[in-house]
Design a protein around this ligand. Structure first.
Ligand code: NAD
Ligand code: DAU
Length: 331
């Protein structure tokens, strides 16, 4: 049995990973350490909560004592670090928590992993550290968020070179799919459109993002986790570059709503014009390729938000706290 510490597993990508991978693999025992920030949601893990190979611990990755205790208690041999402050706009409003969690938190995990001689440590990173293209492109982060992720990547690599730690890094493009917090472009636009509210498009709407369905990302993570070469970075992307405005129009069309809901608003400061990731390396070296095409997967995603109104209504009405208390007590 592989004893894996998965951090940030109550967020969008981490919860999709846990729910998916516990079905796929019967040799994983997962300890999910999550602080349950505004973005963490135990409801996302309903499919896994009764699985005997899964356990949840509420806590902060910056807490040395707790992290050390968990390594000992659960005999952790592997780490997959999803935990992060993940939203660029929030990082522009206040950067401190981003460096605290994304940099210091990663350091606490790496140090604990080093003390406990883990067999693999996978750092989940982002194409935003590169902006354009390959694993060897000079890093060029432009937001507090991406600079904090860059620092974490460089730290993880330093631990590989200095201490010989078994580190791997994945850098993925923009994810979409079920359970994404409705501050990110796609869920925000779906929900605003359903309420006939304005859809705020930054700048001229011609910024380009490269979209991937969350399950394809998670399949790639698991492949790198098991078969990736130590000390290597793997880009993950589905070669689906889209203008933001085209995504917004597509959502409106699927929902039968008018384009007059679109409102061009002041641009995001430091807004990166284009991300496009070259994932040739993971494709040729590990044989990964995306399974979902954008047209089908975006329809599936929109359908999920239509079918799961209660999930996002609780979030946007701020009814979260009371709901947690009722469902999960002080977990
Ligand atoms: P998310 O914001 O939905 O979830 C983050 C999770 O981390 C939440 O459950 C939160 O409670 C938890 N968390 C935050 N601070 C913590 C702390 N100090 N200790 C413990 N838990 C903490 O984020 P996401 O979109 O699921 O992203 C997951 C990871 O993937 C991040 O590292 C992000 O940088 C990376 N990533 C995201 C995307 C994307 O498109 N969303 C793309 C590439 C990489
Ligand atoms: O590229 C990977 C990154 O993708 C991840 O590392 C981040 O964690 C994740 O948040 C995401 O970052 P982006 O900034 O690209 O995602 P976001 O959904 O915030 O915005 C996508 C694009 O849409 C971006 O160009 C900004 C624009 N946008 C976003 C919002 C929320 C708008 O035009 N209007 C909006 O209201």
């Amino acid at each position: 049995m592989k004893h894996i510490l998965v951090t940030g597993g109550a967020g969008f990508i981490g919860s999709n990973y846990i729910n998916h991978i516990l079905q796929e693999r019967d040799d994983y025992f997962i300890v999910n350490l999550d602080k349950l920030t505004y973005a963490g949601n135990l409801e996302n893990l309903k499919a896994s909560e009764n699985n005997p190979r899964y356990t949840f611990v509420k806590g902060d990755i910056t807490n040395h004592e707790l992290v050390d205790y968990l390594f000992k208690k659960f005999d952790i041999r592997y780490v997959i670090n999803f935990a992060a402050e993940s939203h660029v706009d929030r990082s522009i409003l206040g950067s401190q928590i981003f460096y605290q969690t994304n940099v210091i938190g990663t350091n606490v995990l790496l140090e604990a992993a080093r003390r406990h001689n883990v067999e693999r440590f996978l750092q989940v990173s982002t194409d935003e550290v590169e902006g354009l293209f390959t694993e060897s492109t000079p890093l060029s982060p432009n937001s507090p968020y991406s600079s904090s992720k860059t620092a974490a990547d460089m730290m993880a690599m330093a631990f590989y070179h200095t201490y010989g730690m078994p580190v791997l890094i994945t850098r993925c493009s923009n994810n979409y799919g079920p359970l994404q917090f409705p501050e990110k472009l796609i869920p925000l636009m779906i929900i605003n459109a359903l309420h006939d509210k304005k859809l705020p498009v930054y700048g001229d709407g011609k910024n380009v993002r490269d979209w991937i369905y969350v399950i394809d990302h998670n399949r790639a993570i698991d492949l790198v986790f098991n078969n990736g070469r130590l000390g290597e970075v793997y880009n993950i992307g589905a070669s689906t570059e889209m203008y933001n405005i085209d995504i917004v129009k597509l959502i409106l069309k699927e929902l039968g709503k008018t384009e007059s809901l679109i409102e061009y608003v002041k641009d995001r400061p430091g807004h990166d014009r284009r991300y496009a990731i070259d994932s040739t390396k993971i494709q040729t070296e590990l044989g990964w390729k995306p399974e979902y095409n954008f047209a089908d997967a975006i329809s599936k995603t929109i359908r999920w938000y239509l079918d799961n109104k209660e999930w996002w209504e609780r979030i946007i009405s701020g009814a979260y706290t009371q709901y947690y208390q009722k469902q999960y007590g002080n977990k």
